[in-house]
Ligand binder design. Sequence first.
Ligand code: 0X9
Ligand code: ZN
Length: 312
Amino acid sequence: GLSFDRVYTWEDIDQYLDVLGEAYPDTVTVVNGGSSVERRPMKYLKISTTNFQDKSKPVIYMQSLLHAREWITQAASLYAIHRLVIDVTERDMRNDFDWIIVPVANPDGFVHTHGISGTFRYWRKNRSTDYGLLCMGVDLNRNFDVIFGTGSSDNVCSDTFHGAGPFSEPETQVIRDIIAEHKDRMELFLDIHSFGSWILYGYGNGTLPANALYTHLIGVQMAQAIDAVKKSYNPDYVVGNTALMLYEASGSAADYAMSVGVPFSYTYELPGLRFDPGTLFGFLVDPAFIEQAGFETWEGIKVGARYARNSY
Ligand code: 0X9
Ligand code: ZN
């Protein structure tokens, strides 16, 4: 297993997924969904007690590190994997669902944030060179085919550059294809980001989905479950529509999943690094918070999963 006291590199995680697949062949399948811009395999796990053959089970999708610098988010995916495969105390979580977990949704960007002595630690986008070499990269959370281009930038140098068009990037194509393959029974979609202690839902232009009330209420239940076990120096989670609470954001992964029929879809923003209530360090990671981040997020996920099951 992993020790939740450090941040793992892309290579570490990539190897770990293979190790899990070999050690737990009855429940874990490692899938290579395709290649990133720099030709890294986009590996993900399918976790299932029936090898995805029992079509009566809902599918839960979870991803992290779509934004390269949001390092703490790997803890949420790796911890969920841990509790579904190795340290299984909530057996219903493993038995009642088929899980798809993509721990590193932006491998090239994540590798880049480890580059030369911290210089690129705050890189967010992928590493596309299609738009010139002066500025690189597309914001993958603006590149999905949903309300495309309305809450994003057409300037390649911007951190929210949306790319040439919907799904111009291989990384978002991989995620699109996973959703398409499973969307008939995908009930819950979770895109884990940082930072801010938010649970957000679409649409990113402020238009609410038909089930907005239920979406909001489940969001509040998830937030309460996290807040019940959170560290006191972190604020309570706040739940709401992205555009109404934060800013307009088009082309996001969570909105896309919702637009193709996934009933419950959320963007989590995990807490930013704080050493005391007054000082927010944001994207940097306190090793002492890694296991807690995984644990408390899992408390929220369980609540969402149980609602998804009961409404399926
Ligand atoms: O702006 C984003 O992509 C997300 N925030 S972050 O600071 N991690 O970059 C929020 C996206 C949420 N959008 C929707 N669900 N529409
Ligand atoms: Zn993000």
